[in-house]
Design a protein around this ligand. Structure first.
Ligand code: MN
Length: 727
């Protein structure tokens, strides 16, 4: 492939000119020349020159109208990581800020992420913030990731999966937190395309179909609005709203809804130059279409807490189809799409962004998002980008969150008190360090332990920063004495048992122990021993009670043996989810595929989606047959079976072909209602030659019920065939 780098550059420069009118084009060009020289003949997986990647990332930054330093940093973002370039050199050529941003992006690139439970992800996201002293580092990292995701098809499958999962779990939520909705949507859509290709393609093709069906409607309304506004001298751009695949995907699978059910209202967006025009446009819209009462919202006068501004109104089109219109200025549009990044474009010249002002802006944006799971995050953000916390890695890649100034001792006790108690040394990034060493963000920390360790030293109490470590060290000193007590008490108790001809195993026997402990009123044997050891309980009395209890137990057992069958079997099976049991997997996320809509009784098989549970298909589904024969995917199919449940209903689709006649719809509806079957969608059309095709979506319990319905529907006069859809 031949890529004309100069052509790419002039396209990029055009974007800079349009969005950053005051930018120093010469300086930007010299940054590009420097980066190009650094990367030299290096190629990307796509075969393009490597420089095309930083250039694309810088273009994304320029599109948002960020500052010159950001664009230059984006051009240089891979120089330190991939080439001989250094912090010092970049600082000399492009200044301290650029050098620090590039260094920051490099640090983030070096952090490796392995998929973890939600708490770990949240820590990981926080760590990325903590490592970026400048918010521009995060924004450039997002642009870098966005371009990498756009070109992910050139990577191997496992790499695609890894990157897509990381993007879904780490980068899309970060974009969301920063109010960068446009980034969030694109990152999510690009990720799901690789994580669940079947689910993605289902929705994409369904949307495509919709768009074709609706395009006349959209064009018609758009033209009407544009013409009317033009007649009145208002310059505007009208968009029909684009629906993001992942938001449909999430609603369909998390709420188990059909495609139709999760589609939003039709919506149009009218973007104009100033606020006065927003209200003028509203007047014209209400004149052209009938407004639905109670659906007008003025988010310009009263912005949403997250700074979102627009006028919203819902009106009735000429065909009786309701739709929403959102009216806003370009600045409002930019803030809605780019969140924090819009700051630079519209706040330019107000004052050079002092840190205070920068954080004030972040704070406003972040505090306002009303998500309970994010509350802590905002609280932390407020404290000057986590300056009171430090995030480090375990050798396994878990992120551990400690107070700033924490030492390897804090780390060890955070992992487990047993690790702290046995620690004899520590390594940070592979090197041995003293216990007083202060940990830094992104450090990989390892506690060296030994079973011959004599335990923590009292001096540690003065070194540690976390109250957790301090408490655990104190506990150790308390418990150490307890352990001496236990040892002593145990010896006394065993002596008494021997005298009563009882063996210790009769006491610790799992059938007897709970009853003995109950009789003695202790939570554990150790508690008993500790009490005997320090003199709070008598070993002799305890042994007598034990003897008595064991006798009672044995008597009861002899009686039971006569009355009860000798053994009972309990079979252990995975728990069903949504009425389906997945072989060997408990609590697995289950969804039913939309292509073949299985119902109980059908032969089924499960497909392990990448990161999103198991999707259940019919064994005769075309998607299954096709996918199971490809070497990359065949191992992802897994045995699943129906659990017996009469309560759940399942969705399936039928296609009925019939001679065209009046009353057909009525007959079908009557049969379904007599059989007590819920119909969730109905779609009939004439296909010519005197034939009609009716598509139905039904909710029913199993395939016996389904077969009965098919038989009944087949007997409706005029009907020539009734078939199930299968992919
Ligand atoms: Mn990069």
């Amino acid at each position: 492939m031949i890529t004309d780098v100069e052509l790419l550059y002039s396209d990029f420069e055009q974007t800079v000119r349009e969005n950053m009118p005051n930018a120093d084009l010469k300086l930007i060009r010299s940054a590009f020349d420097y980066a190009y020289a650094c990367h030299g003949p290096q190629l990307r997986k796509s075969g393009e020159p490597y420089i095309s990647h930083p250039l694309a990332a810088a273009k994304i930054i320029a599109e948002m109208g960020l500052d010159e330093e950001s664009v230059i940093s984006a051009l240089l973002h891979d120089c330190i990581e991939d080439t001989g370039s250094t912090h010092e050199e970049i600082e000399r050529l492009f200044g301290k800020d650029v050098a620090e941003i590039v260094e920051g992006v490099t640090k983030l690139t070096r952090v490796t992420y392995t998929s973890k439970e939600e708490e770990q992800m949240e820590n990981f996201r926080k760590m990325l913030f903590a490592m970026s002293n400048d918010i521009r580092v995060i924004i450039i990292k997002l642009a870098d990731r966005l371009h990498n995701m756009r070109t992910l098809e050139f990577h191997k499958e496992h790499k695609q999966r890894e990157k897509a999962l990381e993007t879904m779990e780490i980068y899309a939520p970060i974009a969301h937190r920063l109010g960068m909705q446009r980034f969030k949507w694109e990152l999510e859509d690009l990720s799901i395309r690789f994580l669940d290709p079947i689910g993605y393609n289902d929705i994409a093709s369904e949307l495509q179909k919709r768009n074709e069906q609706d395009s006349a409607f959209f064009e018609n309304i758009k033209t009407k609005i544009t013409n009317r506004l033009a007649e009145n001298g208002i310059k505007c751009t009208v968009y029909g709203r684009i629906k993001h695949i992942y938001s449909i995907y999430r609603k369909m699978y998390s709420q188990n809804k059909s495609f139709e059910e999760v589609l939003d209202l039709y919506a149009f967006r009218v973007v104009v130059d100033d606020i006065a025009d927003c209200y003028n446009v509203l007047g014209y819209i209400h004149d052209m279409f009938r407004p639905i009462p109670g659906h007008f919202k003025d988010y310009i006068g009263t912005p949403k807490p997250n700074m979102y501004q627009s006028l919203h109104t819902t009106v009735l089109g000429t065909e009786g189809v309701p739709f929403e219109v959102q009216i806003r200025t370009w600045e409002m549009h930019h803030t809605a799409e780019y969140g924090i990044a819009a700051h630079w474009k519209y706040k330019q010249g107000v004052s050079s962004s002092s840190d205070d002002e920068k954080f004030a802006w972040i704070r406003r944006l972040l505090e306002s998002q009303q998500e309970s799971d994010a509350q802590d995050f905002f609280k932390e953000m407020r404290t000057d980008m986590f300056s009171d916390e430090v995030f480090v890695f375990t050798p396994r890649g878990d992120v551990i969150n400690l107070p700033a100034g924490a030492t390897p001792i804090d780390f060890a006790y955070n992992i487990h008190s047993a690790i702290g108690n046995k620690m004899t040394g520590a390594k940070v990034n592979g090197r041995i360090v003293p216990f007083t060493h202060t940990l830094e963000n992104g450090d990989i920390v390892e506690a060296i332990t030994s079973n011959t360790s004599k335990g923590p030293s009292r001096d540690w109490l003065k070194i540690v920063k976390s109250s957790e470590a301090r408490n655990k060290i104190r506990q150790w000193f308390k418990r150490e004495r307890r352990e001496e007590n236990i040892e002593h008490g145990k010896a006394m108790f065993e002596g008494e048992l021997r005298r009563n001809l009882i063996s210790m195993s009769d006491v610790t026997n799992e059938d007897n122990l709970p009853r003995i402990l109950k009789r003695l009123a202790y939570a554990s044997l150790d508690d008993l021993f500790a009490a005997i050891g320090y003199g709070g309980a008598s070993a002799q009395k305890a042994a007598n009670k034990v003897k008595d209890e064991i006798r009672t137990i044995e008597k009861a057992r002899k009686k039971d043996d006569l009355d009860l069958p000798s053994s009972k079997t309990t079979s252990r099976k995975s728990k069903p989810v949504n009425g389906v049991v997945v072989e060997g997997l408990d609590n697995c996320l289950i969804k039913f595929s939309r292509c073949c809509t299985p119902v109980p009784g059908d032969d089924i098989i499960g497909f392990i989606t990448r990161g999103f549970g198991v999707s259940v298909h019919r064994k005769d589904c075309k998607n299954y047959i096709k996918s199971a024969s490809t070497p990359e995917e065949k191992d992802r199919w897994i045995t699943v079976e129906w659990a017996n449940s009469e309560f759940e209903t399942y969705t399936t689709s039928l296609t009925i072909t019939s001679r065209e006649r009046s009353g057909l719809v009525m007959d079908i509806a009557t049969i379904l209602s007599a059989a007590n079957i819920k119909m969730t969608s109905f779609n009939g059309k004439d296909v010519g030659n005197g034939l009609s095709v009716v598509s139905l979506t039904l909710e029913l319990h199993n395939n016996t019920e389904l077969r009965t319905v098919i038989t009944k529907l087949s007997s409706v006069p005029g009907v020539t065939s009734v078939s199930r859809n299968s992919g």
